[in-house]
Design a protein around this ligand. Structure first.
Ligand SMILES: O=P(O)(O)OC[C@H]1O[C@](O)(CO)[C@@H](O)[C@@H]1O
Length: 347
């Protein structure tokens, strides 16, 4: 039996581990024990003595700390750091095998080790003809099947082809959700409100978000809304989250007490990975928009979680542009060297 002492102090017996596991264990050695970390640590003491005013007067340094790609400019020159600091951070990224980890993510490997899942939010905005495998299956066709369904549904609602039970068009949407099933869509909605093209597409429509279970917040969100012209989108990855389910039940009651229980079919739809619970709640599975467990909640804005409410408000073409932009950044993240890589430099 061969015994190996890792830098972390862990002793492993070679006959008990496969070569692959050995490789992974070596990778997971603590980052703070690498040379790159130690160099950075001692460098921090020097940089602390430098004033940002002095750093900002160095034009070459400032230019070196700007990266432009995909129509975006990242200027990180106002960090208390020199070009040397940045190079040391790149060395640390290499010591952490960042490049390999990025590739493993795009290859659909189960890098979410706590849940033993792939991390494939990049597939949510991949072009229709892309191939991204999860457990040997290309997931891109499934993604586009849902996106096509979102486009058709939001076109129908926006054009008035899908109407409420009393025959009125549904011009207002309440998205019920919390955490990752709320914050991403709210963020994009806030940004799109200042975009002239998107604002034009949203004229005459309202999008509300309900995350809080405080009854006053619920009441405030409903002010000025008429159930006859409102569509409720219940957004929950698990469809078990207490706050979301309580708000969903409150709104189901708001609709059915005013329009009758049969109105739920026309006035409530859902976004979830758990379509069984969606149906149990009383939402027609035909009006459910799926996503998958390889989408982390906080990364779900490009799934139906964001795409459905935002398409209802702005139209699918606006959302498609958002997805295309995100996909452009994904390609950039996958292929650009660290020094020109906006997501890497902004970490
Ligand atoms: O989408 P769900 O399953 O309703 O979960 C909502 C949020 O609740 C949490 O589980 C906890 O806040 C988050 O991770 C998640 O984004």
């Amino acid at each position: 039996m061969i015994r190996l002492m890792l830098r972390s102090g862990l002793t492993i017996c070679l006959e008990k581990v496969s070569a692959l596991n050995l490789y992974r264990m070596a990778w997971s050695a603590l980052i703070c024990e690498t040379e790159a970390w130690k160099e950075l640590e001692s460098h921090v003491e020097d940089i602390k003595k430098t004033h940002l005013r002095e750093l900002m007067s160095d034009e070459d340094r400032c230019m070196a700390m700007m990266v432009e790609s995909e129509g975006m400019l990242l200027d990180y020159s106002r960090q208390c750091a020199t070009v040397d600091t940045i190079n040391k951070l790149f060395s640390l990224a290499e010591a952490a095998h960042l490049k390999e980890k990025i590739s493993r993510m795009f290859n659909g490997e189960r890098i979410n080790s706590t849940e033993n899942r792939s991390v494939l939010h990049v597939a949510l905005r991949a072009p229709r003809d892309a191939v991204i495998n999860c457990d040997g299956k290309n997931v891109v066709p499934d993604v586009w099947q849902v996106l096509d369904k979102i486009r058709d549904f939001s076109d129908m609602v926006r054009s008035g082809a899908w109407i409420g039970v009393t025959g009125k068009p549904l011009k207002d949407v309440i998205a019920v959700g919390i955490g990752g099933s709320f914050l991403g869509p709210l963020f994009v909605h806030t940004a799109l409100q200042t975009d002239p093209e998107a604002a034009e597409c949203a004229k005459g429509r309202q999008l509300h978000f309900l995350a809080n279970v405080d009854p006053i917040d619920v009441a405030r969100n409903l002010v000025g809304l008429n159930p006859e012209t409102t569509l409720v989108v219940v957004v929950s990855k698990t469809f078990t989250t207490a706050e979301t389910m309580l708000n969903a039940r409150t709104l189901r009651e708001w609709i059915s007490s005013s329009l009758g229980p049969e109105a739920v079919a026309k006035h409530m739809v859902a976004v979830s990975t758990n379509l069984t619970l969606v149906e149990k709640f009383g939402i027609d599975p035909n009006n459910a928009f799926a996503f998958w467990d390889w989408v982390g909640g906080r990364y779900s804005v490009c799934s139906a979680v964001g795409a459905l409410p935002l398409s209802l408000q702005y139209g699918f073409s606006v959302v498609e542009k958002f997805l295309t932009g995100a996909s452009g950044i994904d390609q950039h993240f996958h292929s650009a060297p660290f020094v020109k890589n906006i997501p890497v430099c902004s970490r």
